[in-house]
Design a protein around this ligand. Structure first.
Ligand code: SF4
Length: 194
C-alpha cells in the first residue's frame, strides 16, 4: 500500500532541507493527484514561479501548454496533470541561467511521490536533469540525441527540450520536433484527457 498522499504532500510543502542554499528560501512548487494520467517531469521553478507558487506560470508554461494543446484549466487540474520538477524550489540563477535543481530534492522525495501515481500513462521528461533521472541508462550523448530517439519511448514517455525561451535556437535547429512530434503528443494528450 502506498503511503497516504495528503500527509506526504504536507510534508513536502514543509520541507526546508536545502534552504540554506536557496537564495529566496524554500517554497516547494508541485502538483499531484492519484488520478493523474500524465506526468510533467521538469527542471525547477524559476523566480516568477517561486513568487506565484504556481508551476509553469511563466513564458515556459505558455509554450508548454501550446505544445500540449491544452488551456490553463486542464493544465492546472491535478487529476489531469501531475507536475513534479526535479527540484521543487527555485535554486537561484548563475551566469548561464537558472542553476541546476538541488540534488537533495529528487533523492528525498521523487520515488515516494512517483509511487502516488498509479494511473500514470505518459511521462513528459523535460530537459537534461529529468532525462538523467528518468532514463539513466539510455546512453544518449546529448539532449538532442535523446529527443530524436523519441519513437523508442513514446507513447509511455517522451523526452522533450525545455520550453524556455532560452531554447529558441534549439527549436530553430530542430524543426522536426514541432512538425513531427508535437501533433502526435497533442493527440495522445487529448486521448488521455478524454
Ligand atoms: S528544493 Fe526540495 S529538498 Fe530543497 S527545500 Fe525545496 S522541497 Fe526541500
Amino acid at each position: 500500500m502506498p503511503e497516504a498522499l495528503a500527509p506526504l504532500l504536507a510534508e513536502v510543502r514543509r520541507c526546508r532541507l536545502c534552504e540554506p542554499a536557496l537564495p529566496l528560501g524554500a517554497r516547494p512548487v508541485l502538483q499531484l493527484d492519484r488520478r493523474a494520467r500524465i506526468l510533467i517531469a521538469g527542471q525547477a521553478p524559476g523566480r516568477k514561479v517561486h513568487e506565484s507558487g504556481v508551476p509553469f506560470d511563466d513564458v515556459s508554461g505558455e509554450r508548454l501548454r501550446r505544445w500540449l494543446g491544452v488551456g490553463r484549466e486542464q493544465f492546472y487540474d491535478p487529476a489531469c496533470f501531475a507536475i513534479l520538477p526535479m527540484g521543487f524550489c527555485y535554486p537561484g540563477t548563475g551566469a548561464g541561467g537558472d542553476l541546476p535543481p538541488r540534488v537533495e530534492c529528487a533523492q528525498t522525495w521523487r520515488l515516494r511521490l512517483l509511487r502516488q501515481l498509479p494511473a500514470l500513462e505518459l511521462t513528459l521528461v523535460i530537459g537534461q536533469y529529468a532525462l538523467d533521472w528518468h532514463l539513466p541508462d539510455a546512453g544518449h550523448a546529448t539532449l538532442t540525441d535523446a529527443v530524436a530517439a523519441w519513437p523508442r519511448y513514446f507513447p509511455a514517455l517522451l523526452p522533450m527540450p525545455h520550453p524556455s525561451p532560452r531554447n529558441q535556437r534549439w527549436l530553430k535547429r530542430n524543426p522536426w520536433f514541432e512538425i513531427e512530434v508535437l501533433p502526435l503528443l497533442q493527440a495522445r494528450v487529448q486521448a488521455l484527457l478524454a
